[in-house]
Design a protein around this ligand. Sequence first.
Ligand code: AMP
Length: 283
Amino acid sequence: MLKIAVQKNGRLNEGSLKLLKDCGIVVENGGDKLKAVASGFSLEVIFLRSSDIPEYVADGVVHLGIVGENALIEENAGVEVVQKLGFSRCRLSVAVPKDVAFEGLNWLDGKRIATSYPRATSAFLQKNNLKANLHLISGSVEIAPALGLADAVCDLVSSGNTLFSNGLKEVQTLLYSEAVLIKNKNLDADALFLADQLLFRITSVLNARKFKYILLNCKEADLPQMKSLIPGMKSPSIIPLATTGWVSLHSVIQEDDFWGVIDQLKQAGAEGILVVPIEKMVF
Ligand code: AMP
């Protein structure tokens, strides 16, 4: 049976279990459970603290893990990153009190920086030839300047609300992070086989999240332009409508291009545009 570690509590937990669910794998995440056997796949899920997951994977206690890239950088465990997972996106940034006249990184020289990410922060300071005193804090880092403990913070930012409500402004981004699937480097053949099967399901779900299914009606005469706007994977499907001279066009469209293409389709004469989510996309 394949073993995967996911975060016990916190921001990655929900996204990790949702991804598994979308892969047809249901896991009960009740109460103080440390592990659960999933249904829908030969998988045991171990619930751990984020910072412990890289080491459990590196040691082979579990075969796979889902962690934030930021945790990987801090733990520096020897694991293989298999796949970016597209959720829990955030950035590690330096922030200072909003009334500070911050004119460049030199401002940080000799200052006190509160952080839970000493390795990434030290690497950044070293790269920029800056000397600062790091204050290691494990939670609520953003409060440190207001308490007089630090002049700046280096912390994860997602919406920026926490910085804002603590009177801080973001001045420098060190790195971007999202949830990733990690793998032990020495899996045996059985575990590797199951890991590949799981990865196949995950990529099918991730592909589907990137695309939408689009249906529209247009005049037959407008088809060449419509086809060039939504070429789909191979080519769009064209279905005649009961109204002479009109067709229904079915295709897929990338989420990122979505609004730009919709505007162009409307201008090209598309009517009755429907856009629906795709559950799985298998290439
Ligand atoms: P926000 O107010 O949305 O910018 O979130 C900031 C707070 O949430 C900080 O305390 C961060 O340490 C934490 N945080 C934000 N994004 C993540 C993430 N992807 N993983 C873990 N903690 C995060």
